[in-house]
Design a protein around this ligand. Structure first.
Ligand SMILES: [Fe+2]
Length: 165
């Protein structure tokens, strides 16, 4: 058991405790990204009404963008000598963004829930950046800026699409 864990020790010059703190924050973020991916896909599949085509396509674009970041988050954790998520169960233990299992959600509620979830991600990205800076983990600190920009863009699109006029 100990031998197996030792085999996953990627070499890094970052201080172990600081890197672990960043990794824990990244793993929480990764769980939230997977949660938001599923919620965005859920709404892509179940959206209804006169704006169906616009919302259906917008949400698919956003889901793809969210999914595209997940691998990079997990690999930052591995590159800095830590372990990342392993299963759907692991995701559910780490997620802070809530699932939406409702039978029906109105299009307006879909857009506002996703906007709020994306803004919550922005807060988590900021937290990761602060921890990465404290750990002297320049690469995580740099790459998180792009993820933040994308989350703010998703929130912007969701906000504009939800306006009545
Ligand atoms: Fe689709």
């Amino acid at each position: 058991m100990a031998e197996t864990a030792a085999a996953l020790k990627t070499p890094t010059d970052l201080k172990t405790n600081a890197a672990k703190t960043v990794a824990e924050a990244l793993n929480g973020l990764l769980a939230d990204m997977f949660t938001l991916y599923i919620t965005t896909k859920n709404f892509h599949w179940h959206v209804s009404g006169p704006h169906f085509r616009d919302y259906h396509l917008l949400l698919d674009d956003q889901a793809q963008q969210i999914y595209g970041i997940t691998d990079a988050i997990a690999e930052r954790v591995r590159k800095t000598g830590n372990v990342t998520l392993r299963s759907i169960g692991d995701i559910s233990r780490h997620q802070t963004i809530k699932d939406n299992d409702a039978d029906f959600v109105s299009p307006a509620d879909m857009l506002s829930e996703l906007r709020d979830d994306n803004l919550k991600l922005v807060e988590s990205f900021r937290n990761v950046k602060d921890l990465a800076d404290a750990a002297k983990d320049n690469a995580t600190s740099g790459i998180v800026d792009e993820w933040t920009d994308q989350a703010e863009e998703r929130a912007w699109f969701l906000f504009e699409a939800s306006r009545k006029a």
